[in-house]
Ligand binder design. Structure first.
Ligand code: CUK
Ligand code: CUA
Length: 659
């Protein structure tokens, strides 16, 4: 609780600090009034400075946008930095009744059903978004697309950054769950998704757990990306079979390690749980001192696939494990047991593994890895025949950071930042000489900053690219405890904005996350989002961005009965639906093809009809089809759900379903 009545001396100190900040603002901003405002609001000098550092004046824009996964809300969230304001929620795997995604708009139904393997029962209407990945060119974010994985169902979602809408949900064969990735290779040749819990590779997808070693496999998937549409093309993609370990986080090599990919693993013990209460899964899975960092040469794997070194498995080219070993596509390096994150430094030289159960970040170098591979410097193989590189041959350093190191991000000065889950802190440490750090300063803990609490991921500005910006870092904390007013028995999680230009590091701002359990975020400079459009060309199908077959122009509105379906070609504009009276017969299928013919930015209309579970919001220029069966007779008043104009409440009509 902040003390609103500061002691006099502190108030004077505040006045001094804010006075300086105020003076820096030049004419117009009087240091004196800023000082008294700060003191009236009970802000310390540091707090007042932090407020100024994050304030984005009305009408001004943030410097960066973050794309945050929403965890099992199945969505992505767009957040401005440094203001930490939520700008948009993009539904990906889950319905969203505001936009009509999954509750009326035909394109979303199509996405959800196409993105659900029929073998997995009905269309899936939720997902667990974990790791967003912005598309890249030459290892730098290019602002074209953003991808995110569904941890629960092993799927990939793609959002076009032209209109911030989901354009594809891809159900990835041969995996059930996913965690490794999403990362984009440096030119978005591929986006990578690997399985988490291994899945049976049997014909019917069933296997006894006694046959875990024989029948279950992990799978690494390189989804080939169409550079025009951003969509994944399974025909051009390939998979690599992995031993039935639990493959965890993954990252792409870049620059020095271009062409390589890295995946952490745990449960190389292959524990499956069960009734043995002395050996539960969580104990069985930590028996070994080491698990294996998976080192994959994807560039060579793509060549092996082109040369025919694959078998078809459920419609995807799969490189069998034996082929991956024979062709030198897969190597292991020991890593301290049950690590979590693996992150490649901006120059591509270092690979940092977060120890989770071990207080160290273990750092490997690609130079050492390549040398050890060339010299076959192996410590034998695992039981599936994968060569294990000698730890001391590939390890560059271990840096003791604190309890529970998870994920690592980077700045532009050769520093790494690792989240410490158990310590609820972030450790700043230095990379090595290959990242421009002097020999003597290399691989040293610089400082630790506490956060509130239990941090999972963290992100720095452009932190996954070849040229991070520094400037800002955000901690993604799982708990906030007493940080916010009590709003129920579960508090919001907490994003904390940290100033990377301050010494020591300082927290500038908290952002309560009341809308999901975000796992990961990427942060892009807003000026890189060159593809954004302001309005659709009138008559656009948002799924294809092409003119829609069922677009309707003013004067062309009509009703056609084809077979047992009543097609209504309707326009929406301020403040009228045309036609506004629709006659149908009970039992008939109805397809409402609505075109929002507005051409003005933000001129949105909605369409909702009572009792039919249909609601859609139409952006200007957008065409949407709403399909339903007029199950029962009645006179139903439909209406526009967006307050679009002074006559918005008058924007309604009738669906008359005759008995
Ligand atoms: S995991 Cu969430 S804290 Cu799914 Cu990236 Cu590490
Ligand atoms: Cu259109 Cu309200």
């Amino acid at each position: 609780m902040k003390n609103r009545w500061l002691p006099l001396t502190l108030t004077l100190a505040v006045g001094l600090v804010v006075g300086v900040a105020g003076a820096r603002l030049g004419t117009g901003a009087s240091g004196g009034s800023l000082a008294s405002l700060a003191s009236d609001r009970g802000l310390s000098g540091d707090e007042a400075e932090a407020a100024l550092a994050t304030y984005v004046a009305p009408g001004d824009y943030d410097e960066y946008l973050m794309f945050a996964s929403g965890g099992h809300s199945g969505q992505l969230h767009v957040i401005g930095v440094p203001s930490m304001q939520l700008l948009k929620t993009i539904p990906v795997f889950s319905p969203d009744s505001w936009s009509g995604y999954g509750v009326g708009a035909d394109f979303s139904d199509k996405l959800m059903s196409e993105g659900s393997n029929p073998a997995k029962n009905e269309p899936l209407t939720w997902g667990d978004t974990h790791h967003p990945a912005l598309s890249e060119t030459d290892g730098d974010y290019d602002g074209r697309f953003v991808y995110v994985n569904d941890r629960a169902n092993g799927r990939l979602g793609m959002v076009d950054l032209a209109d911030f809408k989901t354009k594809q949900i891809l159900d990835i064969p041969n995996i059930q769950t996913s965690h490794g990735g999403v990362f984009a290779t440096p030119n978005t040749e591929y986006v990578h998704v690997s399985s988490m819990t291994p899945a049976p590779q049997t014909k019917d997808g069933y296997a006894e757990l006694e046959r875990y070693k024989e029948d279950f496999r992990g799978v690494s998937t390189f989804v080939s990306i169409d550079q025009e549409t951003g969509k994944g093309d399974l025909d051009k993609s390939f998979q690599i079979e992995l031993p039935p370990y639990t493959q965890d986080l993954a990252d792409a090599g870049k620059l020095a390690s271009y062409g390589w990919a890295f995946i952490n693993s745990y449960n190389t013990e292959m524990a499956v749980g069960g009734t043995d209460k002395d050996n539960p899964l969580e104990k069985g899975a930590i028996a070994n001192d080491y698990d294996y960092l998976h080192i994959i040469n994807w560039e060579k794997a793509a060549e092996v696939v082109e040369a025919g070194g694959y078998e078809m498995r459920n419609g995807v080219r799969m490189i069998p494990l034996e082929t991956a070993i024979e062709e030198g596509l897969l190597y292991f390096a020991p890593e301290p047991r049950n690590p979590h994150g693996v992150d490649v430094s901006p120059d591509g030289n270092y690979i940092a593994v977060g120890g989770k159960l071990d207080p160290n970040a273990t750092v490997y170098s690609i130079e050492r890895i390549k040398k050890a591979i060339a010299e076959k410097n192996f410590d034998g193989t695992d039981e599936f025949g994968v060569p294990i590189l000698k730890l001391d041959a590939v390890m560059e350093a271990q840096v003791e950071l604190g309890a529970g190191p998870l994920h690592t991000q980077f700045d532009d000065e050769g520093n790494a930042y690792t989240s410490l889950f158990v310590d609820s802190a972030i450790a700043k440490w230095t990379l090595g000489p290959l990242s421009g750090v002097s020999e003597e300063d290399s691989f040293k803990l610089v400082e630790t900053i506490p956060v509130q609490y239990n941090i999972g991921h963290l992100v720095t500005a452009e932190g996954d690219t070849v040229s991070p910006d520094g400037n800002y870092m955000v901690a993604l904390n799982k708990w906030s405890v007493d940080r916010f007013p009590l709003v129920g028995t579960l508090n919001p999680q907490n994003f904390q904005l940290i100033d990377l230009n301050s010494d020591p590091l300082r927290i500038l701002k908290d952002m309560p996350i009341g809308f999901g359990e975000p796992h990961y975020v990427q942060m892009i400079a807003i000026d890189k989002l060159q593809k954004r459009i302001e309005v659709y060309e009138p008559g656009t199908d948002p799924l294809t961005m092409e003119p829609s077959d069922v677009a309707t122009k003013t004067g062309d509105e009509r009703v056609e009965r084809i077979g047992d379906t009543l097609h209504v070609y309707m326009t929406a504009m301020r403040s009228h639906f045309t036609p506004d009276i629709i006659r149908a017969r009970a039992g008939e299928n109805i397809a409402l093809h609505i075109t929002n013919i507005e051409t003005t930015r933000d001129a949105t209309h909605g369409f909702a009809i009572p009792g039919y579970n249909k609601q859609v919001s139409l952006d200007p220029g957008e065409v949407v089809t709403i399909e339903f069966k007029a199950k029962r007779s009645g006179s139903f008043a439909f209406y526009c759900t967006e307050f679009c104009s002074a006559l918005h409440l008058e924007m309604q009509g009738w669906l008359l379903v005759e008995p």
